[in-house]
Design a protein around this ligand. Structure first.
Ligand SMILES: Cc1cc2nc3c(=O)[nH]c(=O)nc-3n(C[C@H](O)[C@H](O)[C@H](O)COP(=O)(O)OP(=O)(O)OC[C@H]3O[C@@H](n4cnc5c(N)ncnc54)[C@H](O)[C@@H]3O)c2cc1C
Length: 153
């Protein structure tokens, strides 16, 4: 079975959006890789994220905002002969996005970003109090390249 490279941009975005978690990879000032799994929202091809104001990923992103974000779902083990190790493989859908992180400062834009994330997981809209909005760091990834690959589906 051959993998299928996704060429339809909407299929790429829909596949990413169906994932629960994304994996945000970055590179620090010493050229060392770092990755964090994160919840996310996706709207108009922009990835929305939220976090604490501080921490290792934020230190890195402030010096190098370039990221590669991974998404996978529909993992399913398959095999042709259950006694032959080499006949096993895993079905999957996998998406990658390359882009640049932008920190969101504007209060209303932060609320919009949080609602994009919350809507993905709950289907609901929420209100937020001012201190929570001040404390949370909202950021997004302006994506310049999407890639998608599907195996087994
Ligand atoms: C399913 C899932 C969803 C998540 N969603 C979010 C989210 O939406 N927003 C968010 O901010 N965080 C989320 N997290 C947590 C996130 O992966 C990081 O652990 C967290 O953001 C702290 O990252 P940091 O770089 O600030 O680490 P710091 O707090 O600075 O941590 C310092 C050290 O702790 C270790 N460490 C940190 N994170 C991890 C990790 N994930 N795995 C192993 N070691 C680690 C590393 O050694 C790191 O150098 C999620 C995690 C999971 C598994």
């Amino acid at each position: 079975m051959k993998p299928r490279i996704l060429t339809n941009p909407q299929e790429v975005l829909d596949t990413a959006d169906k994932c629960d978690v994304c994996f945000v990879s970055m590179v620090d000032t010493h050229g060392m890789p770092y990755m964090v799994p994160m919840n996310f929202g996706l709207k108009d091809g922009i990835i929305y994220l939220h976090s604490a104001q501080t921490g290792r990923k934020i230190d890195i992103l402030k010096t190098n905002p370039n990221v590669c974000v991974g998404f996978t779902n529909d993992h399913k083990l398959r095999w042709q002969n259950e006694d032959v190790a080499c006949s096993y493989s895993m079905k999957y859908r996998s998406i990658r996005a390359y882009g640049t992180v932008r920190f969101i400062e504007n209060e209303q834009q932060k609320i919009d970003a949080l609602n994009i994330i919350m809507h993905k997981y709950t289907g609901k809209e929420f209100g937020y109090n001012a201190p929570s909005i001040r404390e949370v760091l909202c950021w997004c990834v302006d994506v310049n390249k999407w890639e998608g690959k599907v195996y087994g589906y």
